[in-house]
Design a protein around this ligand. Structure first.
Ligand code: FAD
Ligand code: MLT
Ligand code: ZN
Length: 460
């Protein structure tokens, strides 16, 4: 039996897409930068079907690329371009959409890996709870992909990243065996935590099929403000001040003039602040009681505020959030950026912001730098437009600067294909050796996402 025939038996013929027109949307990533060919896109609907697909691929020694919502920004969800002569099978999880009943006592729920963030949040809210992680790609990003990348987003300062929401994982190993720990025990110290190891593994260790996720209490009353400050150092000071005064602070997002103006042009809207700052912070406070008065008082007491616009109605808050959340889309509409996602110790954020323009200009003269990000984690999204011919030089210069500042080359998007060659800037040779051993223990034939995270040149 051919591999395609075995796959058809596993998932049904209509879910094995071999025609190039049908495969196309699975073969290119959200950014349009990463593209490769797969021999078939396969759409299993159950854990048993995922296991059959992986067993068939292992038997044929054919690699498998795992894809969720395909909103990843580092090329991890699509085949590698250089693999065109030995194309992988692409396994999409978008039919793994079971929604279990919300357990209000443990505040947990078990859902399929292909459930989108928006669907999960709506499901939790219908049961009087909420989900702690939120990000702009919520309508397409899946909980499996978010776990595999250890996604962060706009509420990390309150609830942590995706790994912190994971109470249990079911996954299929490359040889088709299933590991499952979905009991959601509040305490369990029985050796290695394999579920949490899969958080951030980027599809290189196993295919996550179901997740037991923690939910949080809803915070129905909200107020937000867009605040102009002198620069990144002042933004950090403002954050420290607001954190001490506002226990309900749940978001602090950083942006700059270049990004806000690009977004405003893209959306055809005006900017809500008259005074220009060196940096802008979008803060949100949430709680059981209306936090507006506390937010206003805190902003009035802060020495860092040059100007601020405050929003309490849902519509006004949405307008402020749209200015922040549309950065990715507005940048992509302007061109294909070199996209880097980095973090540094928060005490060094101002230095990073100050040195970036020169660093980028030296690597790509005339290119346009647009940075924004998540202030509390000192996580900066560095986007460089007009640097198509200098991609490698920009990447090298920015990532080396970040390493010099003791930062991380991958703050929340993962390593993917984009940064596999740069792993050595953030992990020691000993750590990379252990990571390779872990990969070999889970996937001895090296079939799962072989182009992601641990590439042959990961030690540079
Ligand atoms: P995919 O893109 O399909 O895959 C991502 C990686 O996970 C790949 O390596 C893939 O192989 C692997 N994978 C997917 N599903 C599974 C599975 N079931 N088992 C094992 N491996 C799997 N990210 C943030 O962290 N914070 C943000 O604020 C944020 N904002 C974004 C805004 C926009 C507009 C966009 C387009 C993206 C944003 N992202 C953000 C990036 C992206 O949404 C996240 O990385 C998300 O976690 C990817 O989920 P996905 O389902 O689309 O995964
Ligand atoms: C964001 O915070 O909006 C994202 O992580 C997306 C990006 O970096 O473009
Ligand atoms: Zn982000």
């Amino acid at each position: 039996m051919t591999l395609e025939a075995a796959l058809r038996t596993a998932v049904g013929p209509q879910h094995v897409l071999v025609d190039s027109a049908l495969r196309r949307s699975y073969e290119t990533d959200w950014t349009g930068r990463y593209h490769g060919t797969c021999r078939a896109a396969v759409r299993p609907a159950t854990t048993a079907e995922v296991a059959e697909v992986l067993r068939a691929c292992a038997g044929a020694r054919v690699p498998v690329v795992v894809q969720g919502g395909n909103t990843g920004l580092v090329g991890g969800s699509v085949p590698a371009r250089r693999g065109d002569d030995h194309p992988p099978v692409l396994l999409t999880t978008t039919r793994l959409t079971d929604l279990g009943a919300v357990d209000r006592i443990s505040r947990q729920v078990t859902v399929g890996a292909g459930v989108t963030l928006a669907t999960l949040a709506a499901h939790a809210r219908a049961a009087g709870l909420d989900f702690g992680v939120d990000l702009a790609a919520r309508d397409s990003a899946t909980v499996g992909g978010m776990t595999a990348t250890n996604a962060g987003g706009i509420r990390v300062l309150r609830y942590g990243s995706m790994r912190e929401q994971v109470a249990g994982v079911e996954a299929v190993l490359a040889d088709g065996r299933v590991i499952s720990r979905l009991d959601g025990l509040a305490k369990d110290s029985t050796g290695y935590d394999l579920g949490h190891l899969l958080a951030g593994s980027e599809g290189t260790l196993a295919v996550i099929t179901r997740l037991r996720l923690r939910l949080v209490a809803p915070q129905p009353k909200r107020a937000a403000a867009l605040v102009a400050v002198r620069g990144a150092a002042a933004a950090v000071e403002l954050l420290a001040f607001l954190r001490a005064r506002l226990p309900g602070l749940c978001a602090a997002e950083l942006s700059f003039d270049a990004g806000l103006r690009l977004v405003a042009r893209h959306l055809r809207v005006g900017l809500p602040l008259a005074a220009a700052g060196g940096a802008y912070v979008l803060v949100e406070v949430a709680g059981e009681a209306d936090p507006l008065e506390d937010l206003l008082a805190a902003l009035a007491a802060s020495e860092q505020v040059i100007d601020a616009t405050v929003a309490s109605s849902a519509a006004d808050r949405a307008r402020l959030w749209q200015l922040r959340e549309s950065h990715t889309e507005a940048i992509s509409a302007a061109g294909m950026p070199v996209k880097l996602d980095v973090s540094v110790p928060i005490g060094r954020l101002a230095e990073l912001v100050e040195r970036l323009p020169h660093t980028v200009a030296a690597a790509a003269p005339g290119a346009e730098l647009i940075a924004f990000g998540h202030l509390a984690e000192a996580n900066l999204h560095v986007n460089v437009l007009g640097a198509e011919c200098n991609e490698e030089a920009v990447t090298a210069a920015v990532l080396r600067l970040v390493a010099e500042l003791d930062g991380s080359i991958s703050s929340e998007h993962g390593v993917g294909q984009a940064k596999a060659g740069w792993l050595g800037l953030s992990r020691t040779p000993a750590e990379i050796d252990v990571m390779r051993s872990v990969k070999a223990a889970f996937d001895p034939l090296g079939l799962l996402n072989p182009h992601v995270l641990l590439s042959p040149d990961s030690s540079r």
